[in-house]
Ligand binder design. Sequence first.
Ligand SMILES: [Zn+2]
Length: 132
Amino acid sequence: MNTPTCPICQAPISGRMDKKYCGDQCRSTANNKKKLETQRILLVTNQALRKNRTILKTLCPQGKATVRKEVLVMLGYDFTLFCSLFMTSKKQLYYMCYDYGFTPINENGVEKALIITRQNYMGDWNPWKFIK
Ligand SMILES: [Zn+2]
């Protein structure tokens, strides 16, 4: 059987079988690495969300606007990121990004986004409504 090695310094690990690191210093190094990685993920995600909001705000200065999907794509909008969801009674889904949001629409075969600003009634969302 191979002796387990420390993932930080590659030294062989002796002692208890469930030990992950060779010692306190490598465990602390590993924990710091994990913390930094978490911070990096939050930072990158928050930056992208803020960028999305800026794009929506720029394209929608009057509370409501319709733009082609390509405009959002061209400006670098990240469709995978949003802050909340809102669905109208007609099952139109709005992807909210802070106080702005959009719903995908199709006008005569052209993919567009209807951009809006958040309204007070948009706070209601029940994720369990959609499971059978
Ligand atoms: Zn080590």
